[in-house]
Design a binder for this molecule. Structure first.
Ligand code: GLY
Length: 379
C-alpha cells in the first residue's frame, strides 16, 4: 500500500472536499441510499439501512485530519440514532449492526457518550430479539411473524454481528456473543457453498431449524454469486474470526477472497454479479462498492494469513488504484459522491451505475487504511 501513498493522498484531498460540501448541504440530514445521475439528495428521515455510513464517513474524516469539526458533526448524529431506537422507527432488520456500530458504538468508544452506549445496547437487544431459536439465525428482514421472511437470513449480516460481540464485551452478558457465534456458524455452513461462492439469502425451516434453500434478491440468479455478497463474506467472516478466534471462520473468509479474486475483470473492479466475469463482453455494470468492501476485507484478512498476506495486500492495492483512477469522482466535480459506478439492486433497477453511500464509506475506509498505517477499524 505504501507504493500508492501519493495517489491516495490526492484521492483523500478530493474526498474530503466532497465531504465538506455535503456537510454544508445536508446539515443534520442524511444523503439518500444512492445518487441519481451522480448526485445524492437528502433523505426525509433516519430510515433504511444506510444512514450511519454518513457519520461513519465523518469519523473517518476526523481520523484523516484531526479536525474537530468532523468529530462534532459525527457525534451530533447520535441524537438521530437514539431517537430512532427510542421511537422504534424502521427496526425490523438485521442491519442494526451497520446502523449502530458506525454511529453510536463509535461515539461511545471515542467520546464515552452514555446516550450512544444506551442506544447501541438497545439496538443489540433488538437484534437479539430477531434470533430464530430453532436455527439460531438472525432473521434478515421484516416482521418476525411474516411467513415470507421467517427463517431467512442474508450474507450481509456478517457485518452486523460485531454489534453483538461489542454488547457482550460491554455488558459482560454472554448471550449476545453466543447468538453471533451460532448465526455465523450457520452462514459458514450454508450460505457459503462448497464451490466457495455465497448465496445472497438462505432459508431455514422455522419449526425444525433445518436448512432449506438459497434465494437471491439482488443477484443475477439464485445459484449465481452476487459480487457484494461475496465481498461482505470476505470482510464479514474476517471480522467474526477476529472476535472469536475460530479458525473455520478464517478459512471461510479465505475461500470467499480467493473466489472473488479469481473472478475479477482486468481492472480488478467486480461486475455486480461474479457470474459475468466469465464474459466481460456482456456489458454488465461493475459494482464499485463491492470492490471497496473487498479492499478492506482483504487488508484485514491479510494480517491473519501470513502465507497469503503479500498477495492479498497487492490485490487490495491494485483494486484501490483502479477505484481511484476509474471510479472515483476525482475528475467529476459535478457529483457529490466519492465513488461512482456502483450497483444497488440490478434486478429491481435501483441505483444502477450510480454512487451509493456504503460504497463511499468503504472507499474512504480503504483510503484511510492506505494513508494511516496502524489505523484500526470501527467494526
Ligand atoms: N446490505 C444491503 C446491500 O448490500 O445491498
Amino acid at each position: 500500500m505504501t507504493a500508492i501513498a501519493d495517489q491516495t493522498g490526492t484521492a483523500v484531498t478530493a474526498a474530503l472536499r466532497t465531504i465538506d460540501a455535503n456537510l454544508a448541504a445536508f446539515g443534520d440530514r442524511y444523503p439518500g441510499d444512492t445518487t441519481e445521475n451522480g448526485r445524492y439528495s437528502p433523505r426525509p428521515a433516519n430510515t433504511g439501512w444506510t444512514t450511519s455510513f454518513w457519520p461513519g464517513m465523518l469519523w473517518l474524516a476526523h481520523d484523516l485530519t484531526g479536525d474537530d469539526t468532523y468529530r462534532k458533526a459525527a457525534a451530533a448524529h447520535v441524537r438521530g440514532f437514539t431517537d430512532r431506537i427510542d421511537r422504534g422507527v424502521d427496526l425490523d432488520t438485521h442491519d442494526l449492526g451497520f446502523l449502530y456500530t458506525l454511529s453510536c458504538v463509535t461515539a461511545w468508544r471515542r467520546g464515552r457518550d452514555p446516550e450512544a452506549k444506551r442506544a447501541a445496547l438497545a439496538a443489540a437487544d433488538h437484534l437479539l430479539s430477531r434470533v430464530l431459536p430453532s436455527a439460531g439465525i438472525i432473521q434478515a428482514w421484516g416482521d418476525l411473524a411474516d411467513p415470507r421472511q421467517q427463517g431467512r437470513t442474508i450474507v450481509d449480516s456478517l457485518m452486523n454481528t460485531p454489534l453483538l460481540f461489542w454488547a457482550s464485551r460491554t455488558t459482560g452478558d454472554p448471550r449476545y456473543a453466543a447468538a453471533a457465534r451460532r448465526h455465523t456458524a450457520q452462514l459458514r455452513d450454508h450460505i457459503l457453498r462448497p464451490d466457495d461462492t455465497t448465496y445472497h439469502t438462505f432459508y431455514w425451516d422455522p419449526a425444525t431449524g433445518e436448512p432449506l434453500r438459497g434465494e437471491t434478491e439482488q443477484g443475477s440468479a439464485d445459484e449465481s454469486c452476487w459480487a457484494r455478497g461475496q465481498a461482505w463474506g470476505i470482510y464479514g467472516f474476517t471480522l467474526n474470526h477476529q472476535y472469536t478466534g475460530d479458525p473455520t471462520l478464517l478459512a471461510a473468509a479465505v475461500r470467499c477472497a480467493d473466489y472473488f479474486l479469481a473472478h475479477l475483470p482486468a481492472d480488478g473492479v467486480a461486475h455486480w454479479d461474479l457470474i459475468f466475469s466469465k464474459d466481460p463482453a456482456t456489458g454488465e455494470e461493475r459494482d464499485s462498492s463491492a470492490a471497496a468492501i473487498a479492499v478492506n476485507g482483504l487488508l484485514e484478512l491479510a494480517a491473519a494469513v501470513p502465507n497469503r498476506a503479500d498477495r492479498y495486500r497487492a490485490e487490495a492495492g491494485r483494486i484501490l488504484r483502479s477505484l481511484i483512477d476509474g471510479y472515483s469522482t476525482l475528475t467529476r466535480p459535478d457529483s457529490n459522491a466519492l465513488l461512482l459506478h456502483g450497483v444497488y439492486d440490478k434486478p429491481k433497477d435501483v441505483g444502477v451505475d450510480e454512487g451509493n453511500l456504503w460504497g463511499d464509506y468503504f472507499y474512504l475506509e480503504a483510503l484511510t487504511r492506505a494513508t494511516r498505517p496502524g489505523w484500526t477499524h470501527p467494526w
